[in-house]
Design a protein. Sequence first.
Lengths: 110, 113
Amino acid sequence: SQQGEEDPQALSIQEGENATMNCSYKTSINNLQWYRQNSGRGLVHLILIRSNEREKHSGRLRVTLDTSKKSSSLLITASRAADTASYFCASNFGNEKLTFGTGTRLTIIP
Amino acid sequence: DTEVTQTPKHLVMGMTNKKSLKCEQHMGHRAMYWYKQKAKKPPELMFVYSYEKLSINESVPSRFSPECPNSSLLNLHLHALQPEDSALYLCASSQDLGGYEQFFGPGTRLTVL
């Protein structure tokens, strides 16, 4: 399978804490994206980082990319109950399809 | 308008039925996608249309038949499905192929009896 791996599979933290999830992929990439999915609904794009970038910020989100290790991490700071969702990384090379990671289920405890 | 719409939201069908899922976007995107998602799993790509032509078919069984009537619409025709086809079916669109941000619809929850 070309699927990327994410860890942890599931993560529960207290509201206000930071959440970090990691993604590993298998092939060279043009960019890597992170998506959020609330239970049983469509995915929402969060952030895209290109292969020549090492770090990117968007609001409370911080993404890093290490192409030498074929890995990326997503940090959500000051978590809120509304951040409870599944998070997927997705990588792409050229015009090939997006390949999604296995996902991390994040639960924020109020 | 940055929305992708899908109808119906829920669909229950028997194994002998024929039904269709519909997807629409008005963002001028040239690539449209069908994904299948089982519970607690990532989306699995089924089909990709680029400029209204089928670009990728991920070896999907012929009981699933995609159609792209125009640049804004994408259909998925269903016939003689199996219970294991029950899943969330997601439509998405992007500006073009090649790793652009994809905009997803809310999905159709399909149950095959």
